[in-house]
Ligand binder design. Structure first.
Ligand code: PMP
Length: 307
């Protein structure tokens, strides 16, 4: 999906033109992957104007990810939340994808170098649906990837850092080369993990099943949203290690993420999911998008107005 450029990017305390948000070729984060980021969405809601969805949770996760790799962030959590809103407003965006990026900058060479300078950028730009409008409506065809996610104790998948997306690149490229929209990765032990950029949910006999945080997943904020909304709908949710074969006997499967939102899966490895009906996925989608239209009450204060 081509990036739709916005006008300005916030970098280290000031707004600069999009085209001038550059960095030196010896930037440490570029060579060693020492960059933490997050991705939030601002929605043009019907009842509260433009709001960042779960702004605090995204910024808190950015600070967590950065702290795992000791990447300093100078502003506070509250300040980064405010900067995110300012970037949306400054670019006159009614809806947007928001990408804060904290990285180790140009200094000494080597992977550690904790005293190198560091930078923070916050970027916002217009963004449609990650797997396409057709995929959202009709479901996508996915495969199980031959690539596995690394276990905790190697490169932790629970921290959202640039380097982790090498794993996602392998999963996603392989899937696309084989003609699928996306790939589902297994954890190191062969249990299900997640998609290249989204969490996984399986519906089986009316229950909603999803891998645990110990199965090499990113603890998605949309995942948590769906678990909460499912509880409101009276749907039982079970977080547990899931065997691969459940994909081939599931009633419904969907993926969740800030970019993917709630995307139904139509087939896995060319095997149709269930009978093609998706009552649980549809109810979850309705509850999720209802937050943005006001039809679902935001009991949790998840919508953070930018004005
Ligand atoms: N897993 C991975 C690897 C991701 O990149 C994402 C997207 N951030 C997710 C899961 C979903 O996370 P969230 O719902 O917080 O966007």
């Amino acid at each position: 999906m081509p990036i739709q450029e916005a006008e300005k990017i916030w970098k280290n305390g000031k707004f600069i033109p999009w085209s001038e948000a550059n960095t030196h070729i010896m930037t440490q984060g570029l060579h060693y992957g020492s960059a933490a980021w997050d991705g939030a969405r601002a929605y043009d809601t019907k009842h509260k104007g433009t709001c960042i969805f779960r702004n605090r949770d995204h910024v808190e996760r950015l600070f967590f990810s950065a702290s795992v790799y000791r990447i300093p962030i100078d502003p506070s959590i509250e300040e980064v939340m405010q900067i995110s809103k300012d970037v949306v407003r400054e670019n006159k965006l009614s809806s947007a994808y928001i990408r804060p990026l904290a990285y180790m900058d140009y200094g000494e060479i080597g992977p550690a170098m904790p005293t190198n300078p560091h930078s923070l950028c916050v970027i916002a730009f217009p963004f449609g649906s990650y797997l396409g409008a057709d995929g959202m409506a009709n479901g996508v065809d996915v495969c199980v990837s031959s690539w596995r996610r690394p276990p905790s104790g190697t490169i932790p998948m629970g921290a959202k850092v640039s380097g982790n997306y090498l794993s996602s690149r392998l999963i996603s490229m392989e899937a696309k080369e084989r003609g699928f929209a996306e790939g589902i990765a297994l954890a190191h032990d062969g249990t299900l993990s997640e998609g290249a950029g989204a969490n996984l949910f399986v519906v089986k006999n009316g229950r909603l099943l999803t891998p645990t945080t110990a199965n090499s997943i990113l603890e998605g904020i949309t995942r948590d949203t769906i678990i909460t909304l499912a509880g409101e709908l009276g749907i039982e949710v079970v977080e547990q290690p899931l065997p691969r074969e459940i994909l081939y006997s599931a009633d419904e499967i969907f993926m969740t993420g800030t970019a993917a939102e709630v995307t139904p899966i139509r087939s896995v490895d060319k095997i149709q999911v269930g009978d093609g009906n998706r009552p649980v996925t549809t109810a979850i989608e309705k509850a999720f998008f209802g937050l943005m239209s006001g039809e679902t009450e935001d009991k949790w204060g998840w919508l953070d107005p930018v004005e």
